[in-house]
Structure formats: C-alpha cells, structure tokens
Design a protein around this ligand. Structure first.
Ligand code: BGC
Length: 803
C-alpha cells in the first residue's frame, strides 16, 4: 500500500466478496462492485451494479407470512468480459492456474487496475491487464480496458464482451429465501444505427444493448456497451435469454499486446432530459470519446473532488481515511445533488439492508456540510420530499407531525422488515426496529447543523423549517404527561442500541423513556421553537396557516422541551426506564465461550434466552449524546430539562456503558472513539483504530462483502475534522476546541465554509494554522477558547491553543 494505492496481492476466493466491496467503483449516480469480469455470480463472486435510488418491491412467503420488501435493485451486469485461447475453456481463477494476480485501487485517479497471469491446460500463458472506471465526470459512463499479452506462444484468442440481464438480488445469504428477481422485460439487441456522424455509425456496429424494467416500480433501464479491439478480428454477436455479447477472435503474437476497450452507458427512466433510457444509453456510448480522453476527464473530476477535502493524515490511518473518503464520494458525489436520493447505509456497494436509508446520515452529513454542502442539501431534500409520507405515518399511528421511517427507500414509507433471520438459530423473528423513532431527530439535527455550517437561511426558512416543525410536533404529540412524575414521558420506542426492544416478559415491544430519544427530542423541540419564532414574519404566517400551527401549540412544545423525563440509576443516566433493574451479563464467560460476541443478541436468542434481559448494548445509545453535542451544549440541554449533568455523572455514564457494550455495529467504535477522545481518555485510540479498520478488516463478521458501512466511513473522516478539532460552525464563527490524541497529533484538511472554497486547516500539538484563500468574501471569524481572530481572504494565521 502507498498513500494513494489500495492493493490486493494474489487471488483468494474466501476474501473475494470483501475485495469486491472495497474495490467498488462509483460516481454517486451508480456503482459497480469490483467483481472479476470473467466470472458470474456464484458462491465466490458477486458482481453487482446499483443506481442510486433505484428500488423495487417484491412479495415473499416467509415463515407462513406474506412479506413485502423493497430492495435497491441489482441492475444488469455490464462487466462481463471473458476470454480463452482457441478451443480452450474460458479462463477463470477458479478453474485455471493463476500464476499471479493483483488488484490496485488508485484512489487519486478513481481507477481499478487488475493484472492476472493465467496458464491454460496446454501450458500457454496469458498475461491480462485490466483498467476499469465508473466515470466521475459523465456519471452515465463506465469503462473497462483489457490488454492481452501471450507469453511464449502465438495463436488465437477469443473474447466475449457483453451485458448480462440474468442477475438477481442474491448477494446476501440471509435474504436468500426472499423473492429476488426484480428485472423483467429484458430485451437485447445491437445498436439500431440511425442518424449520426460517420464515426458514430461505424462505432454503432460494435455496440450491444439491453433494456429492461423493474417489476413493480416500473423503472426502465437502458444499457449500451461498445467494445473495440485494436487488432483485426473476426467479430460476431451471441444472443441468449437475457444476455447479449459481442465476440472477437483475433490472432496474437508472443509478447505483443492486444487491447480491447469496452465503454458502457447506463440510463434509467429516473434521469432528467432524456426521452427513453435505451436511446439515451446508445447515443451516449456512441458519442463517448476515446479511452485516453475518457481517462483524462475522469482523472480531472477526481482531482477536483480531492481538492475539496485534501485530507492529510500521516501513516496508515491516513491511507484508510483516504479510502473511506473515496467510498463516501463514490456513493455521494456532486452528481448526487441532482438526484432524489438519501444516504444508503451500505453505500452503493452491496445489498445488505437492501440499500435502505436509516439514521446513518447523522454520521455523514456533518462531514459533507463542510465540503459539498450542495450534496447535504440534496440529501435533506430527499427527506423533505418524504415529509408528507412521514406525516401520514404519524397520522396513521394517531399522532400529529412527522414520524419518519426507520428504514426509508423510494417513497419514504416504512421499509423496515417485519421479520429477520437469526442465522445462528435459523429462526425468523419479529423485527421491532421500526420503533426507532429517534430517526426523525436525526433528520432535524442534520437540518440544523447544515444550516449552521452553511448559513443557508433560505433552506432553514423553507424546507428546513417545515421538517423541523413537523418533527417537533410529532414529539410533542407522542410524549404523554405523567401526573405523578410531573414530567412528559415517551413510551413504546427502541433506542439506537437496538438490542433492547422490549421489557423482559412484556406482552409487546417498546421501551419507556429511552434517554437518547428523550434528550434529542427536547433538543429538537427547542430548536424548532427557535426556528418558528425567528422565521421572517410573512413566512411564519404562511407556514403556520398552512399547517394549522399557533402560539398555543408552541407553548405546549415549550413545556415538553423542558419537562421530558430522563431516567437515572446508580448515579448514571439510564439507557431507558428500568434499565438498571436488568440482569448483569457474565461478559467474560460469553467471550470465552464464543470469542466474538458482537452479535450477542443472536447468540442469546440461539440459546433460547434474550438480550432484553441484560444490561448489554449493541452500540452507543446514551453515549451518542456525547457524540452529537459538545460538552457545553449537552450540559445546557440537561439544564433545559431541569437536570445537572456534571463531569462526574458523565464520566460514570461513559464507564458504565463502555463495560456493557458489545459493539455489534461499526458505528459503535466510532462513537466510543469520539466520546473517549473528547473526554481525554486513554482507550480512545483503541476505538478509533477499530473504527478505522472496521471495513478493511471486515470486523463485523463478514458483512463488508455485502456492502461497506458508509456511516462509519464518513464518521471517521468527521472524527478528524470535528471530533479531534472540536470544530463547530456556529453563530457565524468557526469554533475550535482541539483534544489531544497522541497517536494522531498532526493532521490537516480543507473545508468549504460560507463561500470560502478551500480553507486550509492544519493542527499540531498546541498550534492551529488556518489559511483562507483569496476571494471577495468577508473574513472568517475563528474562536479558540476565549479568543477570537479574524482571518481575511488571502491571509494565514497560526493560533496558539490553550493547554
Ligand atoms: C445499526 C444501526 C444502523 C444500521 C444501518 C445497524 O446495524 O445498529 O444503527 O443504522 O445498521 O447501518
């Protein structure tokens, strides 16, 4: 590995799925897993191509019930390119001798290079080099260049380059029992020719196409692939059910390289400014420039993306952070700003969680706000477009306001599955995570932080206000007043921890007063009140009229915002009411018996026990509060609720949950690393390291092969950007309150802040260096401890940090 290269040496079928995920190429519009082009889906390989926001619903019969699931659809595979020496079998690393094999992801340039040397049964050796990209400048294009060099023989090779529409959604073992065929009406053909430049007409002969549609969402998909070889070849086409390919047979000479270039275009009926996806794809591929030009414009687009962030962290951590940013940008790029998409928890990299959108944007947007604010705005707009649906959900449940779904897909309906499989016990179990109503607070939090960071008052006063107000309204309606306690309580929820869905022995699911839910709801209510009261007068009147809001309702919010109950036990914040009464788990015994106990819930269920009985959490729940709110804001928030949160209570709380969390989500180590670093605790680095290697070392039990963990990836970038620096964009200033993490003490990055592009920040022990590039914007006010300085465009300042 070097700073910009992520590399795999050798072919290892066991690791293949993981490598496919981590070698995925994408551009925010679509992404393709780093699968080997000569292989089709089987137990080892899983080629997958996903377009952002392309979902389809299917009904399956599971455990005697009919269940409907919505999936991000695996689109026809554009990668297929197989080859053989004349009269031999098609080469495959599973059937042929592989002399060497290497995959190199070039992060700077956004390309995947693969070199492999095969030997056929007659001992003929063939060196193959492939370069692939999913274009970052033209989001509808992809490219696969393959170079063949015979070693020690001359003869003939045959190459087949095609499109495969036989694909299904079968990338996740646990979902195998569910319906998986989303594509119908698959038609193929060769380019219909038609008007165009002479060169385009020639190219058209090399083009095969495929069109199909999703079975229930009726999204039409068009793909075209143009393959050309730089050697005289006999050519033809192979057409099979749901497959089409172009075939080449050409002579090869020992030591001489023949190059085959496959350029692919993809359109769906979601795209603006097209007539139909197939014609758009055929036209685009015909007009696509040659490979050198495509490579050049792709590299430039990537350079520009890197310039917007310039993460500069030394050592191995720096390389992993670059890889994380690379995958974040392949899922959410400036192209996403043009789409109606949310933040898919597992990227566009695989089928885990079906491409659904959870609360994970909480870990993604704060990072994007300071680099690609237009992307954040688009992601919030995805939520705004589904505000009406969230209001329907609240109404159906008998409440007012907006109840955002725990899992969201196409139209913002609740997409959480009703049943999930415990692979350990083989049992299908009810899934109550739809009770994680805290997801709404994550939406409101992101609206607020986005507006703070960007100063986008227009968004705050329009879509932002509408979402914040309806989410606050839901909390005020959902909370009920408890006369005995003299406080409001929130019942029937599940917190971020997810292990606890019900009280032991209870007839139904749901917990009372999940501290995270209540405290964040109080924050949302307070911020929504701020927004409601500071809206421009006319806007306020219009909005209040439209949604039937009045001052009396605001007074109720005020009351709830100050009187939500937060449970405590033994001097620590309780995760929920009654948490302190749960049994203690013998952690050591379980670790000894099972080794990896991250999915303790599954282990206990398979033992006919339930994690609901224990003080055991999957991931940070109460401690999420220390992640979302800087210490002063958190103290003020507790004070707003009438509680004193002193340092002692917080430290005890951190220790309590630290000892009782199994880290069954990649988000857990991230949050613990962040919280411990902010609390200047020694174990911080262990957790930071774990969050850095979560995906690359596939720590969550092989799940990275089913898609990367986008929240954790973006979260680690934000850990450097905001966690370590204490950076807050608040009240029109940039505040810093750095914490030392000895293992990561010098680092730098660039941000975009309120019209200033490329503000460069560099931190080293005791020093903060800031450079503001030339522009006509007003100076930036920087606040460190009790000092503020103004840094004008074109200026650099070095500030001394307090001890
Ligand atoms: C975590 C959730 C997360 C989801 C999607 C789950 O394992 O517990 O917090 O939103 O994965 O990433």
């Amino acid at each position: 590995m070097s700073d910009w290269i992520w590399e795999y040496e050798g072919y290892d079928p066991v690791e293949e799925r993981l490598r496919e995920s981590l070698c995925t190429l994408g551009n925010g519009y679509f992404a393709t897993r780093g699968a080997i082009p000569e292989c089709t889906a089987d137990d080892v390989h899983y080629p997958g191509t996903y377009a952002a926001g392309c979902y389809n619903r299917l009904t399956s019969q599971i455990a005697g019930r009919r269940v409907e699931n919505e999936d991000m659809v695996n689109l026809p595979n554009w990668l297929p390119l197989r080859f053989r020496t004349a009269f031999g079998d098609w080469f495959s690393p599973d059937t042929h001798r592989v002399l060497d094999h290497r995959q190199r992801l070039n992060l700077r340039e956004g390309t995947l290079e693969r070199t492999v040397r095969y030997e056929d049964t007659d001992g003929r050796r063939l060196a193959v080099r492939q370069l692939r990209l999913v274009h970052m400048a033209d989001p509808h294009l992809a490219l696969l260049r393959t170079e063949f060099t015979p070693e020690g023989w001359s003869g003939e090779i045959e190459v087949e380059s095609g499109l495969d529409g036989t694909v299904t959604n079968s990338g996740v073992e646990r979902y195998r029992a569910l319906a998986s065929r989303h594509l119908t009406h698959v038609h193929t053909g060769t380019s219909p020719g038609g008007p165009g430049r002479a060169a385009a007409r020639v190219a058209a002969r090399d083009t095969v196409w495929m069109r199909c549609r999703t079975s229930t969402s009726d999204i039409r998909i068009g793909l075209a692939a143009r393959t050309v070889a730089d050697a005289p070849a006999e050519t033809g086409n192979v057409k099979e059910l749901r497959r089409i390919a172009r075939v080449f047979r050409f002579p090869v000479t020992d030591g001489h390289t023949v190059t085959v270039d496959k350029t692919v275009a993809l359109h769906t009926s979601h795209d603006p400014a097209i007539s139909d996806p197939l014609h758009a794809a055929v036209d685009r591929v015909r007009r696509a420039p040659d490979v050198e030009a495509l490579l050049a414009s792709h590299r430039t687009a990537w350079q520009q993306l890197w310039r917007a962030a310039e993460p500069d962290v030394p050592g191995g951590a720096g390389t992993v952070l670059r890889l994380h940013l690379y995958h974040v940008l392949q899922t959410l790029s400036p192209h996403s700003a043009e789409l109606d998409v949310g933040v898919p928890a597992r990227g566009l990299h695989g089928e885990a969680y079906r491409g659904h959108v959870f609360w994970d944007e909480l870990f993604v947007l704060p990072y994007l706000n300071l680099h690609f604010p237009e992307v954040s705005r688009a992601l919030l707009t995805y939520r705004h477009r589904r505000l009406e649906r969230a209001c329907f959900a609240a109404e159906d449940a008998g409440h007012r306001g907006a109840m955002y779904p725990w899992q969201s897909g196409s139209d913002g309906r609740e997409e959480t599955q009703w049943l999930h499989l415990n692979p350990r016990s083989g049992r299908w179990l009810p899934d109550h995570s739809r009770l994680e109503h805290h997801v709404g607070s994550a939406v409101a939090y992101n609206v607020w932080r986005y507006c703070e960071a960007t100063g986008d008052a227009e968004f705050l006063h329009t879509k932002g206000a509408e979402m914040m107000i309806q989410i606050a309204r839901f909390w005020a309606a959902f909370a009920s007043y408890d006369e005995t306690l003299g406080r409001y309580r929130i019942r029937g929820v599940v917190g971020p921890d997810e292990y606890h869905e019900a009280y032991p022995g209870a007839a139904g699911p749901g917990l009372v007063d999940n501290a995270y839910t209540n405290v964040t709801a109080a924050w949302v209510l307070a911020r929504a009140l701020d927004v409601a009261r500071t809206l421009p007068v006319t806007r306020r009147r219009d909005l209040f009229e439209r949604i039937g809001l009045d001052d009396a309702e605001l007074e109720v919010w005020e009351d709830v915002a100050h009187k939500l109950h937060v449970p405590f036990h033994s001097g620590v914040i309780s995760q929920f009411e009654g948490y302190g009464d749960l049994a203690e788990l013998d952690w050591e015994a379980y670790r000894e018996r099972y080794g990896d106990i991250r999915r303790l819930d599954r282990i206990l269920e398979a033992e006919d026990d339930t994690v609901n009985r224990y003080q055991a959490s999957k991931q940070a729940d109460v401690l999420m509060l220390g992640y979302l709110f800087p210490p002063t804001e958190l103290r003020d928030l507790f004070r707003q609720l009438g509680y004193e949160l002193d340092d002692g209570t917080w430290h005890r709380t951190v220790d309590h949950y630290l000892a009782r969390t199994s880290h069954g989500s990649t988000l857990s180590s991230l949050v613990h690393g962040w919280v411990l670093a902010r609390a200047r605790r020694t174990r911080a680095w262990d957790f930071v390291q774990e969050s850095l290697i979560g995906d690359v070392a596939d720590l969550q039990d092989g799940t990275t092969g089913e898609g990367i963990h986008l929240g954790a990836m973006a979260g680690t970038l934000d850990l450097v950007q905001r966690g370590l620096t204490g950076l807050e964009a608040r009240d029109g200033r940039l505040w810093f309150d750095p914490v030392p993490l000895p293992e990561l003490s010098e680092y730098g990055f660039s941000i975009r802040y309120r019209g200033h592009w490329g503000v460069r920040l560099r931190l080293r022990p005791g020093r903060l260096h800031i450079t503001v590039p030339e522009s006509d914007e007003p100076p930036i006010t920087v606040a460190v401890a009790d000092r503020t300085v103004s840094v004008a465009p074109g200026e650099s300042r070095e500030l001394t940090l307090p001890e």
